[in-house]
Design a protein around this ligand. Structure first.
Ligand SMILES: [Zn+2]
Length: 113
């Protein structure tokens, strides 16, 4: 079953606790590389990409141009949104993907009843 993390789904308190503060007006969302599935955290206000779930000091600015995926080397497409309700599902991160990544701490899967 396809089970994507909702927007907004990121626990901001956890991001800040991990040192993820950026500009004081942060908006965080997860997306993944549509080529290989590596998960990134996007800070929407300044378009800062956090590339490493275990080290939030590792960041790339995507404000002026896109970036090449650190795993597969493909450029992340720039002609469409990476996050939010208008993002293509190929950018959407599912709970299963999150739980096998370095980003497991960033939000809690709701318990299914
Ligand atoms: Zn990739």
């Amino acid at each position: 079953m396809w089970d994507p993390i909702p927007y907004p789904g990121v626990d901001y308190d956890e991001v800040f606790r991990h040192g993820g503060d950026n500009c004081g007006n942060e908006e965080f969302d997860l997306f993944k590389c549509p080529h290989c599935g590596r998960i990134y955290l996007l800070e929407n206000e300044l378009f800062t990409v956090y590339v490493d779930g275990s080290d939030l000091s590792r960041r790339i600015s995507a404000l002026e141009e896109s970036f090449d995926c650190l795993d597969c080397g493909h450029q992340i497409p720039t002609n469409e949104p990476w996050t939010g309700p208008r993002a293509n599902i190929r950018f959407r991160v599912t709970w299963d993907e999150l739980e096998t990544s370095e980003w497991t701490w960033i939000c809690k899967r709701p318990s299914s009843t």
